[in-house]
Ligand binder design. Structure first.
Ligand SMILES: NC(=O)c1ccc[n+]([C@@H]2O[C@H](COP(=O)([O-])OP(=O)(O)OC[C@H]3O[C@@H](n4cnc5c(N)ncnc54)[C@H](O)[C@@H]3O)[C@@H](O)[C@H]2O)c1
Length: 427
């Protein structure tokens, strides 16, 4: 660390906020976000993402801002803005470019700009570097320096945090890489892996996530096959896991902002090289089909598409993109919900973690606040939140109409003995 380093974290979401808060224990930090309402909330200690200690957040309140001129005195910029895909699954770099243009307006000689947003190899230097250079009239790698350090935190995972995971660091020069290693190393006891260049670090992130997507796709593919043959994938996995080198993936709806998105960045990058990332594309296609596979099973279990007025009611348990988190971005449960509605059913959704206001804003849906008082023809357990795993049989049965169906996507109730008139379905 240089004596006068002043770090600016740009984008205070799931990645940027914990980073800014932790870094502020050691460095002079400014946290910038374009969303003024978010900054106002954070300054009051209100954080919907729930992954930052409120006391620590309040200590940083003064240094959080949505006024871009406040970043002018910074010399190290860490960018953690979203890198989603558009409706055609093409990488959308618009927020990354816009954040970069803002930094470029304040860039000075000697400054360092580090990207944490997930990108494909080449984006940091060829896209962002070019923008910084063009607007600032400074030369990349000489007047200012680029770095890339992918974020690897796993939402909802208290074991693998900013403080414990190995942090990959890369930069245009060895000296800047060492500087970044020292900054990030102060958070995790020096647990740093330096790649030899920026492209390698960029690639490592998308390859990590594409590998996970493909592994889940394989399990989803064999799940469908086993199901057609009347074999439960969960019984198969219980048996297969007894082999020491069997990988512990399970079937599911691949949702969220990383695993279901990042492989498209690899696909785009392959296309730019005149190649077809066939396995990555196949994995995406298989995983994307799971929403309709799941909703078809539920529809068939209820006697097929409901004619108007049949009044068949389905309760979906779980809306977030995975268990024990409140993140609802790109949740595939929305697709399942819509497909069940299209089948003519009345559908309610419950989730103990999702923020009702955020769900309303993002999806136009009202979550059920509690589970008391209503009964359903089908309870579809789609996210294995602990609350559902721990639910007692009395509560489960109180949700069901006589002769109802339980669809258990994750197989977490498979050892429960339901009454004879209840149909229990898992994969
Ligand atoms: N969430 C994760 O667990 C995770 C893990 C690894 C990598 N990533 C990657 O990190 C990046 C950020 O993800 P996230 O989950 O933190 O996103 P997020 O949506 O939670 O937060 C991003 C923040 O950036 C802000 N923003 C958007 N445009 C901006 C701009 N021009 N200037 C300043 N702020 C701007 C938004 O208002 C938002 O608060 C993405 O590339 C993502 O793929 C996320």
């Amino acid at each position: 660390m240089e004596k006068n380093d002043h770090i600016c974290v740009v984008g205070l979401g799931y990645v940027g906020l914990p980073l800014a808060v932790e870094l502020s224990c050691y460095y002079d930090v400014t946290g910038y976000d374009i969303d003024a309402a978010l900054i106002e909330r954070l300054k009051r200690g209100v954080n919907y993402n729930n992954d930052v200690d409120v006391g620590k957040l309040l200590e940083c309140a003064e240094s959080l801002t949505s006024a871009e001129e406040d970043i002018a005195s910074c010399n190290i910029y860490i960018v953690a803005v979203p890198t989603p895909v558009d409706k055609d699954n093409v990488p959308d770099l618009s927020m990354l470019k816009s954040a970069t243009r803002m930094i470029a307006r304040y860039l000075k000689k000697g400054d360092v700009v580090v990207y944490e947003s997930t990108v494909y190899p080449g984006v940091t230097e060829n896209v962002c570097g070019a923008i910084l250079q063009g607007i600032s009239s400074l030369e990349s790698g000489i007047d200012f320096f680029l770095g890339y350090s992918p974020e690897r935190i796993n939402p909802g995972d208290r074991e693998h945090t900013v403080k414990s995971v190995t942090k990959i660091v890369s930069a245009q020069t060895e000296e800047v890489a060492d500087r970044l290693a020292s900054i990030y190393g102060s958070l995790n006891g020096g647990n740093i892996y330096k790649t030899k260049n920026i492209k390698t670090a960029e690639a490592s992130k998308v390859v990590e996530n594409a590998q996970r997507d493909i592994n889940i796709a394989f399990i989803n593919e064999v799940t469908v096959l086993m199901n057609e043959m009347g074999i439960s994938i969960y019984d198969v996995l219980d048996a297969a896991r007894t082999k020491w080198n069997f990988l512990p993936f399970t079937p599911g709806l691949v949702s969220g902002h990383c695993i279901g998105v990042d492989p498209y960045y690899l696909i785009e990058c392959a296309q730019k090289c005149g190649l077809n990332a066939e396995m990555v594309g196949a994995g995406r296609a298989i995983n994307n089909r799971m929403s309709s596979y799941v909703s078809n099973i539920i529809t068939e279990s209820l006697g097929g598409v409901a004619a108007d007025g049949r009044g068949i009611r389905v309760l979906i348990l779980g809306f977030t993109f995975k268990e024990e988190v409140n993140d609802i971005r790109n949740t595939k449960i929305f697709e399942v919900h819509n497909l069940l509605l299209a089948s003519g059913f009345e559908v309610d959704i419950h989730d103990p973690y999702a923020n009702a206001e955020e769900v309303r804003k993002a999806y136009g849906l009202e979550l059920k606040e509690n589970l008391e008082g209503e009964t359903y023809n089908c309870v579809a357990l789609l996210v294995s939140h602990k609350m559902y795993a721990d639910m007692d049989k009395k509560t489960q049965l109180a949700l069901l109409k006589k002769g109802g169906v339980v669809f258990d996507l994750k197989g977490i109730w498979k050892n429960i003995e339901f009454p004879q008139d209840t149909t229990y379905i898992t994969l």
